[in-house]
Design a protein around this ligand. Sequence first.
Ligand SMILES: *Cc1c(COP(=O)(O)O)cnc(C)c1O
Length: 223
Amino acid sequence: MIPSIADNLSAVLHTLPEGVRLVAVSKFHPAEALRQAYDAGQRIFGESRVQELLAKRDVLPADISWHFIGHLQTNKVRQLVGKADMIESVDSDRLLRLIDRESAAAGVVSRVLMQVHVAAEETKFGFSPDELLRWFEEGGYRSLQATHLCGLMAMASNTDDMERVRADFHRVAELARSIREACPDLCGFDMLSMGMSHDYQLAIAEGATHVRVGSAIFGERQY
Ligand SMILES: *Cc1c(COP(=O)(O)O)cnc(C)c1O
């Protein structure tokens, strides 16, 4: 028999230590698939496109916590603010300022993670560790009005070299410690979202508080 979404979910949950939360990454899967995970008890879902998150949010129960995990275009910020419970992928100062402004205008407080780029692959998205530490040291977070910085999000290198993957996660955890040390007035900066289907065990070993698991629960995505 093919394992059901509920079976997969339960298998993943059984591998998570106390205190580690599961973000079920449901991008590209239909609302019906999320409903199955919901009925099995899952409440946090991760989506990478604004329209898709909003459409699913409209048809699924209100007690779901929606995490946005994709690249957020500035022209979509207004639609997302107040709808996502966590924006995990803040990858520039400009985007953060815009989220802050739109959140204040909407009368909400947005919870966000700063996205760090540690993987070997080139990408335009995410702060480098040095850049992000400097940003915190300069106190750029103090002027935020309606945004709560909750921690860091990262992806490890896409490689079978598990030592490299572990080193990537370790670097993110070290960065979080350095930031907290440099900014003792920063409150509640304690989330580390890292690890996907193939590497979340290593991420947990390095201190992940949230893992983002998609295909191990919902199966392969059809893009
Ligand atoms: C798609 C995605 C995931 C989940 O990946 P799986 O390999 O399906 O577990 C996690 N994080 C981000 C940022 C993603 O885009």
